[in-house]
Write a new protein. Structure first.
Ligand code: KG4
Ligand code: ZN
Length: 336
């Protein structure tokens, strides 16, 4: 290592965000993200377009990250990339670049699980100590409750049986002709809405397990829209607020129940949906009432980024782990 605080460069290309970050110790030297808007017209991420864009964006993001960090590529102590879960043709790009750099500079390579990146992101500003917690990972692709005993000690408690919460936000936004990604659009639209106007289902709230389901809620919104003669701005605001309240209520109640069952003193929430102010506020109130601490990541680290991958890689590097460059990407890579 070139210093007591190793420099880690990480690349994230699991879906449609191309991201490069450079971390020295817990000091974030650079975090570059290029989002792709081309998919909007297709109503979902097109793998072929995503991978072409990763190839296009990665070189200049690498260049600008290194420039912003004020370092030379040769000073990097380890190269990391997201190895899964995600789209195979997207994962391949970031992993191939990181492996090439690791081989070229004769430095370690670290294959990182995208979900572990999200899960650890609330600890980013801390001192690399991962306290036991119950973690809610809530994004466009995943809704997962995890019993975290420490870094790399994970037990899945439950997950969505159909749509992810973020996916439901995106689909409902589309029904209401709002933009993509739908989460921030719905949150904005809900601001002046009446959350009690429509009584949408809280699916699996009392299922007795830690799983989620958001597909029925999405369908209930669709039926409600079909029943309404016209969608005025006021109705749109109320639909968004009522939908958001239903999602948030289920996420908060089921997370707190899991925390209680596991005897957790800390709850963490990560992933794109954890940018949502209503979710953050309600989770915070519920944790206060239950006497449990809450840790969330700063909003820039909630949506897909490479800083969280660099952080997870640093923790692994400090613990003496590295991956073999022959390690393949795995679109279905499991967290535990
Ligand atoms: O973590 P992320 O960037 O990507 C995945 O790993 O999936 O999460 C993206 C998801 C999208 O579904 C987006 O609509 C949702 O996070 N999202 C939000 C908010 N900001 C992003 N959902 C609700 N409220 C928000 N403010
Ligand atoms: Zn993600």
């Amino acid at each position: 290592m070139s210093s007591v605080h190793p420099i880690v460069l990480a690349i994230e290309t699991s879906c449609d965000e191309t991201a490069v970050a450079i971390l020295r110790g817990n000091e974030l030297l650079a975090s570059e993200v290029a989002s792709q808007t081309e998919h909007q017209a297709y109503g979902g991420v097109v793998p072929e377009i995503a991978s072409r864009n990763h190839l296009l964006h990665a070189p200049h993001l690498l260049e600008s990250a290194v420039k912003k960090a004020g370092i030379e590529l040769g000073e990097v102590d380890a190269f990391a990339a997201t190895a899964g879960p995600g789209l195979a043709s997207s994962l391949m790009i970031g992993a191939s670049i990181a492996k090439g750099l690791a081989l070229g500079f004769a430095k370690p390579y670290l294959a990182i699980n995208h979900l572990e990146g999200h899960l650890l992101s609330p600890f980013f500003t801390g001192d690399f100590e991962i306290e036991p917690n119950v973690s809610l990972i809530v994004s466009g692709g995943h809704t997962l409750l995890v019993d975290v005993r420490g870094a790399n000690e994970y037990r899945i408690l439950g997950r969505t049986v159909d749509d992810a919460a973020g996916e439901a936000f995106d689909k409902v936004a589309k029904m209401l002709s709002l933009g993509y990604p739908g989460g921030p659009e719905i949150e904005r639209c809900a601001l002046s809405g009446d959350a009690a106007r429509f009584d949408f289902p809280r699916s699996m709230l009392d299922s007795g397990d830690h799983n989620f389901s958001f597909s029925g809620l999405k369908t209930a919104v669709r039926y409600q829209i079909a029943k309404l003669a016209a969608i005025s701005d006021d109705i749109r605001h109320d639909l968004c607020a009522s939908f958001q309240r239903a999602v948030v209520e289920v996420l908060v109640k089921k997370t707190l129940r899991a925390a209680r069952e596991c005897g957790a003193k800390l709850v963490t929430v990560s992933g794109g949906v954890s940018c949502n102010r209503v979710l953050r506020d309600q989770m915070s109130d519920a944790c206060n009432r239950a006497g449990v601490k809450l840790l969330t990541a700063v909003p820039e680290l909630c949506t897909d980024n490479a800083a969280m991958i660099a952080f997870a890689a640093s923790l692994r590097l400090n613990a003496g782990f590295e991956s073999d460059v022959t390690q393949e990407i795995d679109p279905n890579l499991a967290l535990a």
